[in-house]
Design a protein around this ligand. Structure first.
Ligand SMILES: Cc1cc2nc3c(=O)[nH]c(=O)nc-3n(C[C@H](O)[C@H](O)[C@H](O)COP(=O)(O)OP(=O)(O)OC[C@H]3O[C@@H](n4cnc5c(N)ncnc54)[C@H](O)[C@@H]3O)c2cc1C
Length: 489
């Protein structure tokens, strides 16, 4: 019998998979328990089929056979376009470990378009950080001269908030921007467009700590940090299938369609877990990567009431993201992506073959973050609103026919990183000695992103190694400041 220490990982999303990879690399016996029939959680892909009756693409049920069939044909779309920045050091480390970094293509500029149709490009220059983006902001055609200078002043102020970030958790991003001289135009055209998608929260609610941090880490500190990484394959090919292969080859057990129903506790330690089919499982360590509401439901009520730590799980709020996939009869744009300000549509990604190895031509993906106002709408009504915007943003849409569309609503896309959220984000170290808690919503200092998910799982793996007397530093440091930022930060 193997003398490897056993770890049960609850949940097979990105955090669960990243933890599993690190732990099997270190000779632990890992079992992943995942409720759904596929891995990846909120960063996953759906198979699509063409409905013969309507000739439209539709989402299929994720049954194992349909998954396999579609995997062979490569007909997958993601639950939403997932992007990263080059400052996501832990996420990139995870991709490197499973050998898929080659599937991320970095773009060296952001293209914005304002309501009037003016385009502005943010891109690097030869100037050292933090001035590398300055020439492009000075030329940023979406804003007047005065508003460009206002935005530059905003960045200048952010730079000096570095030592104050925790205090900013009590301030909304909108208030911070207003008290730092930002005009209505600067806010609506630049800050809202950039930050709502980065934080998945409205500026009126978002914690300024996270907004300022994203700007410092992503735009100011290091001249390479701002580069935007776009996967050129669906998430399923990017990381869930490679993880499955990596883990199975190393003896890990992956139980799909298995729901954790209960965590049993004896003497401040997890004594075992119970699955929905009645199976009881025991391990040396337990690592939860469940979302807050799912984690809450696996403890009995008294346990939660008696624990200050666990009762925080009751306070989480969520923010939705809506993703709209569109297939037209002819090309509607040459752009790879576009950030749109002052409209309902926020980001447009061109998914045609030449850009994304996708199977279909003339294919766009539209993303609307923090989209609460859309949640109660029918999908057909959302589509109408999006097409109305697209007609204005991309004139070629007017002369083309929409062949197919899929609207994906994710009501619980991420937790709301609103003012004060630091009070409720759980530390990875739980009061139960053999249980650690991962997930993008735990306390990582990052907004709810893939980077946060991977960071949390690396922290949990460090805790397990420490308990084994094999302490190892797994968490990758942030990108270091370069250029003049080295002296300023
Ligand atoms: C629409 C959308 C767009 C996004 N865009 C971006 C982006 O562009 N860039 C970015 O960095 N991030 C983005 N994110 C956020 C990113 O997807 C998440 O931060 C990340 O996937 C979270 O991973 P996780 O493992 O922490 O959680 P999850 O993915 O939620 O994983 C939890 C897993 O636990 C499983 N589970 C739940 N209950 C049980 C149970 N009782 N028993 C067993 N299993 C259970 C779930 O099925 C799930 O697989 C986006 C998210 C969404 C929804």
């Amino acid at each position: 019998m193997s003398d490897k220490k056993k770890v049960i990982i609850l949940g097979g999303g990105l955090a669960g998979l990243a933890a599993a990879i690190i732990l099997v690399e270190r000779e632990f016996h890992v079992t992943i328990i995942e409720r759904k029939p596929f891995l990846g959680g909120r960063a996953s892909s759906f198979p699509i089929i063409s409905d013969n009756a309507t000739q439209k693409n539709v989402l299929t049920e994720n049954s194992q056979s349909s998954l396999k069939d579609h995997r062979d044909k490569g007909l997958f779309i993601d639950n939403c376009q997932h992007i990263l920045l080059n400052c996501c050091t832990n996420l990139l480390d995870f991709y490197r470990r499973i050998g898929v970094e080659k599937y991320i293509r970095f773009a060296d500029h952001y293209l914005f378009q304002n309501f009037q149709g003016n385009k502005g490009v943010i891109k690097g220059s030869r100037l050292p950080a933090p001035f590398h983006l300055l020439p492009s902001f000075l030329r940023f055609k979406c804003l007047s001269w005065k508003d460009r200078l206002t935005v530059i002043y905003g960045f200048f102020c952010m730079f000096f908030e570095q030592s104050n970030l925790n205090r900013l958790d009590q301030v909304t991003m909108l208030n911070w921007l207003r008290t730092h001289g930002q005009s209505v135009q600067a806010i609506e055209v630049f800050w809202r467009t950039f930050l709502v998608s980065a934080l998945n929260e409205d500026l009126e609610k978002a914690s300024a700590k996270y907004g300022v941090r994203v700007c410092i880490e992503g735009l100011l500190k290091n001249s390479n940090a701002f580069q935007m990484g776009l996967p050129i394959v669906p998430l399923e090919k990017l990381y869930t299938q490679p993880c499955l292969k990596f883990l199975r080859e190393r003896g890990a057990e992956i139980r799909l369609r298995s729901k954790v129903n209960r965590i049993e506790i004896i003497d401040s330690k997890v004594s075992g877990i119970k699955l929905n089919d009645g199976t009881e499982m025991v391990a040396d360590y337990y690592l939860s990567s469940l979302p807050p509401e799912a984690l809450l439901s696996v403890f009995d009520e008294d346990t939660v009431n008696e624990s200050r730590y666990l009762s925080k799980l009751r306070q989480f709020h969520f923010s939705p993201i809506i993703s709209i996939y569109l297939w037209f009869d002819k090309p509607v744009t040459d752009l790879t992506y576009l950030a749109v300000s002052e409209r309902k549509v926020q980001w447009i990604f061109n998914k045609t073959k030449k850009n994304h190895n996708s199977n279909s031509d003339n294919h766009l993906s539209v993303v609307i973050s923090a989209s609460r106002e859309f949640l109660s709408l029918q999908k057909a009504d959302i589509l109408k609103i999006v097409l109305k915007d697209l007609n204005k943003i991309l004139p070629a849409v007017q002369g083309s026919q929409l062949l197919n569309s899929i609207v994906v609503k994710e009501p619980f896309a991420t937790f709301s990183c609103c003012v004060g959220c630091d009070q409720i984000r759980l530390e990875q170290k739980s009061p139960l000695s053999n249980l650690s808690i991962a997930g993008d919503w735990t306390n990582t200092g990052w907004p709810p992103t893939m980077e946060s998910a991977v960071r949390s799982s690396y922290c949990c793996a460090e805790l397990i190694l420490e308990a084994e007397g094999r302490s190892e530093s797994l968490l990758k440091p942030d990108l270091p400041p370069n250029g003049i930022s080295r002296w300023l930060l």
